[in-house]
Design a protein around this ligand. Structure first.
Ligand code: NAD
Ligand code: MG
Length: 299
């Protein structure tokens, strides 16, 4: 455990890959079952009123990067609607408590984003229970590696696109209808958008699509006073990676090869980018992608 406010060597701030990282799980993956628990800033993130009174919807809020964003948003003063899959209730409960401990309202809305009606309902819940929505952080995502295109099923291809791209479209569409000027949307791409792994044909191409969609939408809604930006993480230690995101062998060196830092990131290291893009301090940053990948150059 470290905090993010003490000057230190970033390459050594968190540990490098370890053997235990190769312990895999089925399904969406639970943080609670990971032998090495990710750091989402639970003990360390310090707010300073940067999102006072804001109303956020965060998808994938139970674990990993979404959990880190939800904790940070709450400690910066925002109320948060938290979405996740019903199987992830145990992880989500921890985040609900953390948001409430920050003195903010947490509204837990489990459900499957691959249904358009549910995406609309999720936004409506924010409007009904928080009185509106002015931050949308689309963090949920699906990543399942497949080594050979011959084994990549149409079902998986559709599912990855529905989760990563269609749900983002449905949520943006539903939220923009309610968003006042000053609102912000943050979508989640990846280093995979620029350096697609050969085993992630479907996933990597959705991440490229997320960038393109966001940059087009940002121009369209700028006149409404809504900004749209993207965070593109590098390798981050989360359930996504151990639940079919990477082959077990690759997990043993996860983050060592993919980043000049020689280590994976922790979700806590992604949260400040989300806060920056959500808050009015980034007022002239629009249609941008903030890479948080430890140093791999991106376009
Ligand atoms: P994670 O497993 O903690 O989070 C992903 C979340 O997506 C899950 O918790 C789940 O709640 C949600 N989800 C998946 N399918 C869903 C569905 N059908 N309906 C509702 N929710 C669904 O992993 P993470 O790494 O924190 O992933 C968050 C985002 O970060 C994803 O978009 C991922 O692509 C992106 N990302 C991760 C990494 C990494 O190395 N971990 C790198 C780049 C980008
Ligand atoms: Mg999860």
């Amino acid at each position: 455990m470290t905090d993010q406010y003490t000057m230190q060597d970033p390459a050594k701030q968190y540990p490098g890959p370890a053997e235990e990282m190769a312990q895999t799980q089925e399904g969406p993956g639970l943080e609670q079952r990971m032998p090495i628990k990710p750091d989402a800033g639970e003990q360390t993130y310090r707010g300073s009123g940067r999102l006072t009174g804001r109303r956020a919807v965060v998808t994938g809020a139970d674990s990993g990067i979404g959990r880190a964003a939800a904790i940070a948003f709450a400690r910066e003063g925002a109320d948060v609607v938290l979405n996740y899959l019903p199987e992830e209730e145990a992880d989500a409960r921890e985040v609900v408590k953390l948001v409430e401990d920050a003195g903010r309202t947490a509204v837990a809305v489990p459900g499957d984003l691959t249904e358009e009606a549910f995406c609309q309902q999720l936004v409506q819940t924010a409007v009904d229970q928080l009185g509106g929505v002015d931050i949308l952080a689309n963090v949920a995502g699906r990543q399942q590696y497949v080594e050979d295109i011959a084994d990549l099923t149409t079902e998986q291809f559709v599912d990855t696109y529905t989760t990563n791209v269609f749900a983002m479209f449905w949520l943006c569409k539903a939220a923009i209808a309610h968003m006042p000027p000053g609102s912000t949307i943050i979508n989640t791409a990846s280093l995979e958008a620029y350096q697609p792994a050969p085993i992630l044909l479907d996933y990597a191409s959705t991440k490229w699509a997320i960038n393109g969609f966001s940059k087009a939408l940002a121009q369209q809604v700028a006149s409404k006073g809504i900004r749209v930006n993207v965070v593109a993480p590098g390798p981050v230690w989360t359930p996504l990676q151990v639940a079919g995101g990477q082959p077990p062998e690759a997990l043993k060196s996860f983050g060592a090869d993919q980043s000049p830092m020689g280590r994976p990131a922790q979700p806590a290291e992604m949260a400040p980018a989300f806060v920056f893009l959500a808050s009015p301090e980034s007022s002239y940053v629009n249609a941008a992608t903030v890479s948080a990948n430890g140093g791999t150059p991106t376009p």
